[in-house]
Structures are given as C-alpha cells and as structure tokens.
Design a protein around this ligand. Structure first.
Ligand code: ZN
Ligand code: ZN
Length: 446
C-alpha cells in the first residue's frame, strides 16, 4: 500500500471509530454484554416492601396483625417488623390498654377485624390487658406464602453518649442486644459485626442497615463511610422527626450518600453503599396526622421469589430501588452508564437527574464551626465536585453514558406530584436509583 493510501485508510478507520463512538454516546440505552438489567423478565419480579416498622411490642400504637393487614391491604409484598430491642417471641407479653394513648381505639379495631376468638384479654385489678401475639402467630394468621411475606426483625437501639445509634436487622433468629462502642462509628461497627456473626453461625440470610443518620444529628458521613460489612443506610426515613433534609449545619442524608460513595469508591477501597427508603411507622390511627405513619417510603426489590433467601442477596447485589411514590419499570447499569425508565402516570411529569463525582474532585474538607469558631459534630463540608449534577432530563426515561472520569453515577427521579402524606412539608414523590460504579472507581474486593 502506498503511503498516501495508508494515510487515507488510517483516517477512514478513525472516522468510522468516531462515528461508532458518537452513535454509542447518543444511544437511548446503555445496553451491552456486561449490563445489569433490572426489569421483570419471567424469572424475576418486583416486590414492594417496608423494612422498618414499630408496633405495641415497643413504641408503636397498633398490634402486629393489624399493621401487617394495613400493608397487605395496600398491595405490599413484604414487611419486616423492627421493634426496639425486642423480638416478638414471648407468649406472655400483655399490654394495659389504658396506658396507651390509642389503646381503646386499637383494641376496638382489632376485635372488628378479628371477631372470632382471636383476641386474648384479661382483667387485672379492673384493668383490661391484651396479650400481644408472637411473630409466629401473626405470620401463620396474616402471612401468605408466595403472596405476602412477613419478616422477623429488630431495631437494635443503641447509643453513644447522647447520640442515638439505631440499626434495623432483618430476618434475625436471635435478639441482638445493643453492643455499645467507644465512638459512634465503633457502635455502628460492633452491631454490624454482631449480625454478621449471627449470620455465619446460623447460615440464615439476614441483613442490617443504619437508620435515620440525622435523627439527633447522631451519625455523620465520616462515621458511616468506614463501616465494613454493611451496605445499607436510610437515605429516606418517613418519620417526621429525623431530619432527612438536614439544616444549615448538617448535611442532608442524600448529600451524605454522595460523600460516602465518593470516599468509599475512590479513596477507602470499600464497596458501594446503598440507599434505602423506609417508613419507621409508629402511628396507625387517624392517618394522615403528621405523625410517624406507614406508607411514606419503601423499597422495590427485583428477585426470583418472595422469600428472604432470594431477596436479601438481591438487595446485597443492588437489585432494588428506593421510592416515596415513583415507580420504575427498568434500571440498567453497565460499564457504559446508567439508564432509567419510569412507569409514567397520566398527568404526572418526571425529572430524572444523574448525580455523581468525577475522579479529579477536590479531596479537601473542612469542619463545620459554631459561632465561636469551634468545630461541631457534623458531616464535614466538602467541595461541590462531590455529588455533582451531571445531567438532567425531563420525561419518563433517560440514559447517562460515562465519559470515562466518573467514580459513580446515581439517579434521582422527582415527580411533579406532591407526596400525599409527606414526612417533610412540600416533599414531592421521588425515587432513588442505586449507584452505577463508574470507570474511575477504585474497585473494592467485597
Ligand atoms: Zn430509630
Ligand atoms: Zn424505628
């Protein structure tokens, strides 16, 4: 081949390469051989569930069986009971209904729904007491194999000093008592380690997640980013007292997510952390009442079967999304990017935002100071490079193609419809898609 023709040929190859690249970046989806596609496919289906629930076994105001029916009647597929430091196992747990603010109301409704000899009552010194049913009793009565799954869980309710440190453990066999630690992060780690040790001993699928980091502004992004063996925390908690949005001094739970993801995936060589949405319901009467009510936030898990053995490993792989009202039909992540399809509802608009951090981000951070210049306990302040808005699209589907510098990209979908019973005033319905690992991440081993 003559030199001039060789050069021409070289340019032709370059031009074809450029065209291929260009068409790839404009492709509507990011599908390729390595894609992880989350959509119903004949083998797997979406299951809707809530992982954080209180009842009369601790500080909730209703019976387990009535709470289970609340969710079952609204087409949830699964529900995990998580009372504070207790499993519903004792057959001798009685409550004095006069001591509960809604005790009479709750008992009347219980008897209406279960009229035939289900309720155990007794009189003690003229006061009515009701026996709380165990998890097994409630599961046998209200659970439906393959249709409605009840999971035994616990909110491990620990603290360090004045800071509450709460973690929900799902599908546990034995109670995990608060493990105590010498710092907030050690308190989290020791409770996580206790669950992992029970999982290894028992061989049973179980998971633990950190609850409401901004409750009492107890847990910072720096505490959470270094935790090992735990992959989940609540980016959305439906309790109105947990400060999802933060305040002037404290980062929002979503801002914390971006800091945690950036540090874990680019500096700490730790695996991704997933964001959950949960109810943390305590109040089941007179809804809506601006209290801590069910139905505000949930997860959609794509799994082969409605059982913990399928669903917990699916969640650990990130095969789920979190939502406060937006439903997705498909999420696709691959080495090329992330794409999202919303199950659009008539008359509702959707904005899809892709958020992430590029590898050249400013790594510095500063403490938050009080008015006397003293550092306070709060997530540090980081550069706006962390958790940048990379792209936004109005409409029910969108794709983001990696440019090559992203550490991760996640998606947030916001509906034009206000949440019907918001935890914070003026919340819109949203969904949070789990992060896709970008080409600039330093991959962790596990
Ligand atoms: Zn809690
Ligand atoms: Zn709780």
């Amino acid at each position: 081949m003559k030199k001039s023709r060789r050069v021409l040929c070289f340019f032709a190859v370059l031009a074809v390469g450029f065209l291929l690249l260009n068409s790839a970046s404009q492709d509507a989806t990011v599908s390729n051989a390595k894609a992880d596609v989350l959509s119903e496919d004949g083998n797997r289906q979406w299951f809707k569930g809530n992982l954080h629930t209180h009842s009369l076994w601790s500080d909730g105001d209703n019976y387990l069986e009535m709470i289970a029916l609340w969710y079952r009647d609204r087409d949830y597929d699964f529900l995990c009971f998580t009372d504070h430091n207790v499993l519903a196992q004792s057959k001798n747990r009685w409550v004095d209904i006069a001591k509960k603010p809604t005790g009479k109301d709750a008992l009347r409704k219980l008897k209406e729904r279960f009229p035939e000899g289900w309720v155990d009552e007794r009189l003690v010194d003229g006061r009515t007491e009701v026996r709380l049913k165990t998890f097994s009793e409630v599961n046998a009565k209200v659970g439906q194999p393959g249709k409605f799954l009840l999971i035994q869980g616990e909110e491990v309710t620990d603290r360090f000093g004045k800071y509450p440190v709460h973690l929900c453990a799902a599908n546990v066999k034995d109670l995990i008592p608060p493990m105590r630690g010498e710092s907030v992060s050690e308190t989290i780690q020791k409770n996580v380690d206790a669950l992992i040790s029970q999982r290894e001993r028992s061989g049973q699928s179980m998971m633990i997640h950190l609850n409401h980091p901004n409750f009492g502004y107890a847990v910072t992004a720096e505490d959470l980013m270094r935790i090992r063996g735990e992959k989940f925390y609540e980016v959305y908690n439906g309790h109105p007292g947990v400060n999802n949005s933060g305040n002037e001094e404290h980062a929002s739970t979503e801002r914390m997510w971006d800091i945690i993801l950036t540090k874990r995936l680019a500096e700490l060589q730790l695996p991704v952390m997933y964001g959950l949405a949960t109810d943390d319901g305590h109040n089941y009467h007179g809804i809506p009442s601006r209290k801590s009510e069910p139905g505000r936030g949930w997860v959609m898990v794509l799994a082969a079967a409605l059982d913990p053995e399928s669903m917990i490993p699916a969640m650990e792989r990130g095969d789920f999304y979190s939502t406060s009202g937006v439903t997705l039909t498909k999420v696709e992540s691959s080495s090329r990017g992330l794409s999202v399809e919303v199950q659009a509802e008539a008359g509702v608009d959707y904005r899809i935002e892709f958020i992430g951090t590029d590898s050249g981000y400013d790594k510095t951070s500063k403490p938050v100071l009080d008015k006397n210049g003293k550092a306070i306990r709060a997530t540090r302040r980081y550069s706006k490079d962390i958790g940048k808005l990379l792209a936004a699209h109005d409409g029910p589907s969108a794709s983001y193609t990696f440019t090559g510098t992203e550490i991760y990209v996640r998606a947030r979908i916001t509906s034009s419809r206000k949440h019907p019973n918001p935890s914070e005033i003026d919340d819109y319905e949203q969904a949070w898609v789990q992060p896709a690992i970008g080409p600039a991440a330093v991959q962790a081993v596990n």
